[in-house]
Design a protein around this ligand. Structure first.
Ligand code: PMP
Length: 294
């Protein structure tokens, strides 16, 4: 991924894609003192840009380091990265991490580095995702909120995601469904999960995993479409009783699920409505969204 044309915003400057390098003794690499974002642009607009930038700052605050820019500066840099790379649609990846001034667990005197890249990325699950993807059960659980900083989009939390996804892929599944430390349903490795029970849209209470921006958007869309939305603890043994299942996340967008381990589902009316409503919403201009809310 490092050998391509393009420009990456790196500590306030645009550098050629291949030159956006860091030192091997970077604290963020050794001790996972890093936080990141994943954003998508549609028709020239970065969807919910301000919410993503604010979450980046909040993620860093939780890990105890400061991003040496303003929210407005990072917003502007994300937009510029898209323009510099000639993109109107694509995925934007800001990352902030502690630098290489100190290399030990203690790292109070490190500087914070920030980089932002963008590239075309149609969908996490590819073109034929609309017939539904498959999930295996993850061998790893999401940690308790007093075991890891689970409200932060911290790089270190993705170690269990990568291992779980690889395990699921090795068994022929597209992704993994992770349980939390109690054994209740949490989320997929890069997206939140929704289940339809008795015609209602249920989703796990986000304790121990990210309360995704797409998740909240989809919950609002469901309510606006007269669906009942229930946020609650979902036990692992309820999965088989769901009639529809789907994932929601920036990279995944709204993606139907047709199988979780031995349980099979047929994407239905509720999933189809939310897929369509989400793809309509992300393409609205910010002015149009405001007009509709008024
Ligand atoms: N959970 C995880 C583990 C994720 O990586 C993501 C993607 N950021 C999400 C949920 C969904 O979050 P969002 O809708 O804000 O992209």
């Amino acid at each position: 991924f490092d050998d391509r044309d393009g420009w990456i915003w790196f500590d306030g400057q645009f550098v050629p894609w291949r030159d956006a390098k860091l030192h091997v003794l970077t604290h963020g690499l050794h001790y996972a003192s890093g936080v990141f974002e994943g954003e998508r642009a549609y028709a020239g607009n970065i969807f919910k840009l301000r919410e993503h930038t604010e979450r980046l700052f909040e993620s860093a605050r939780i890990l105890g380091f400061r991003i040496p820019y303003t929210v407005e500066e990072i917003d502007a840099a994300c937009i510029e990265v898209m323009q510099r790379n000639g993109l109107t649609e694509g995925y934007i990846r800001p990352i902030a991490y502690r630098g290489s001034e100190m290399l030990a667990v203690a790292a109070q005197n490190t500087s914070t580095h920030v980089a932002i890249a963008a590239w075309p990325w149609p969908n996490l699950f590819g073109e034929d995702r609309m017939k539904g993807i498959t999930l295996g059960m993850a061998p790893w659980r999401r940690p308790a909120p007093d075991t890891a900083p689970t409200a932060s989009k911290a790089t270190g939390l993705y170690m269990i995601g990568t291992m779980s996804k690889h395990a699921a892929e090795a068994e022929g599944f597209n992704d993994a469904l992770m349980l939390d430390w109690k054994g209740d349903v949490a989320e997929a490795t890069g997206a939140n999960a929704f289940f339809v029970f008795d015609g209602e849209v249920h989703t796990p209470t986000p304790i121990g995993f990210l309360d995704g921006i797409t998740r909240r958007t989809v919950m609002n869309l469901a309510r606006q479409n007269q669906m009942k939305v229930v946020e609650r603890t979902i036990a692992a043994d309820e999965i088989g009783r769901a009639t529809e299942v789907f994932l929601a996340g920036t990279a995944a967008e709204v993606t139907p699920v047709r199988r979780i381990a031995g349980h099979h589902y047929t994407p239905g009316q509720i999933t189809e409505t939310l897929v369509a409503e989400y793809s309509r919403l992300v393409r609205m201009s910010p002015e149009e969204v405001l007009r509709r809310a008024a």
